[in-house]
Design a binder for this molecule. Structure first.
Ligand code: KG4
Ligand code: ZN
Length: 347
């Protein structure tokens, strides 16, 4: 019999709920974005986010159930984001998931937000374990070997800013609107990267780590130096150059990680997955795809609307955990800092 899982996401500034079935059907996908509420502040304000999640969670759940056209009694489990993220939002989503599960006498599954990003491509594409993962979001930038549900090994990570954070901060310096990542990508399409030279961080370094704060600072210095001659063309060129520098840095790090991943493995074509909000950047996707093809990795990326935060990824991570009987207790606390390698010890 088909199994249905309700998934609730509320770790940052999206209140999102979805129903997904174990045969990979998305029955509903409702996302309420708080962008307008945070715009004036140029970033997510935790207190506003928490209150907004509380205001919206009930109608978003109701809408997701209506669109899925099933009742709570038809669910096999309820999956709720439980970390990492902003504690106020996490509590709203996680407690709602627990309440529905408890009231209907079905299992509750606490979902790690990063695992949900990581597994989305197994819903939308044909991806098998083990695979190499580039996780690029607003709060995280990591390269991981994914051996199975709950089984992650970090190969490289950022030493300072996450890629999404670098996009957002750079966009703020250039004054091109909020949220920064998508705006910067739009501007980059109009600019010429050859007009401004920016360094590609970490290129040539032995490990697989990232660093983006220096790149952002370079943009700030150039912007300040040229303050009196800045026009829209200059801004567009800067965006194009920033994006090229980021792509080169990522690809250099990935090339190193390919070798580490392949160590002790035969030379077959393994899956590569890009996930997280920044994975919706089409320029980066394209550049990374070319690199994968050259290195005998199968490139996989979820559709753009499933890269940024959504309820589908939480519901699907619920399905994946349900399949391996990984349920959570009702006294499980929310965990604002919950890294993927910890999941293995919790089983
Ligand atoms: O995964 P996500 O929705 O939330 C977190 O878990 O952090 O990622 C949000 C991040 C933001 O930093 C946003 O600017 C970035 O993803 N982002 C992009 C693009 N769309 C979203 N960055 C670059 N290009 C994009 N098109
Ligand atoms: Zn996310």
């Amino acid at each position: 019999m088909k199994k249905y899982v309700l998934g609730i996401e509320s770790s940052c500034d999206e209140t999102a709920v979805s129903v997904v079935s174990d045969d990979k059907k998305i029955l509903s996908n409702v996302v309420y974005s708080q962008i307008k509420e945070h715009k004036d502040f140029g970033g997510v304000v935790p207190e506003i986010a928490a209150r907004s999640h509380l205001d919206s969670i009930s109608w978003v759940i109701k809408q997701a159930m209506l669109e899925a056209n099933i009742t709570f009694k038809d669910l096999s489990a309820v999956a709720g984001v439980s970390g990492p993220g902003l504690i106020g939002g996490l509590l709203v989503g996680m407690q709602s998931a627990k309440a529905i599960a408890f009231a209907n006498d079905i299992p509750f599954i606490a979902i790690n937000h990063l695992e949900a990003h990581a597994l989305t491509a197994r819903l939308t594409n044909d991806v098998s374990f083990p695979f190499l993962l580039l996780l690029v979001s607003g709060g995280h930038t990591q390269i991981l070997q994914v051996n199975g549900v709950g089984d992650y090994k970090v190969i490289g990570k950022t030493l300072d800013d996450a890629v999404g954070e670098a996009f957002d901060k750079t966009a703020k310096i250039l004054n091109i609107g909020y949220p920064g990542g998508p705006e910067l990508e739009k501007r980059a399409k109009l600019g010429n990267p050859n007009n401004i030279k920016l360094p590609s961080p970490m290129v040539g370094k032995q490990n697989c780590d990232f660093s983006f704060s220096g790149l952002k600072t370079r943009v700030r210095h150039l912007y300040d130096e040229n303050k009196n001659n800045i026009d829209q063309e200059y801004i567009n060129d800067m965006c194009a150059s920033f994006q090229v520098a980021v792509a080169k840095s990522i690809n250099n790090r990935l090339e190193k990680s390919f070798k580490i991943f392949r160590k002790n493995k035969e030379n077959k074509k393994y899956d590569f997955v890009i996930a997280g909000g920044v994975a919706s950047n089409l320029y980066l996707r394209d550049e990374i795809k070319k690199l994968c093809e050259k290195n005998n990795f199968e490139f996989n990326a979820p559709p753009v609307n499933l890269c940024t935060d959504n309820g589908v990824m939480i519901a699907w991570a619920g399905v994946e955990n349900l399949k391996v009987n990984n349920f959570s207790s009702f006294d499980m606390p929310a965990n604002p800092r919950w890294n993927l390698e910890e999941l293995k010890n919790e089983k």
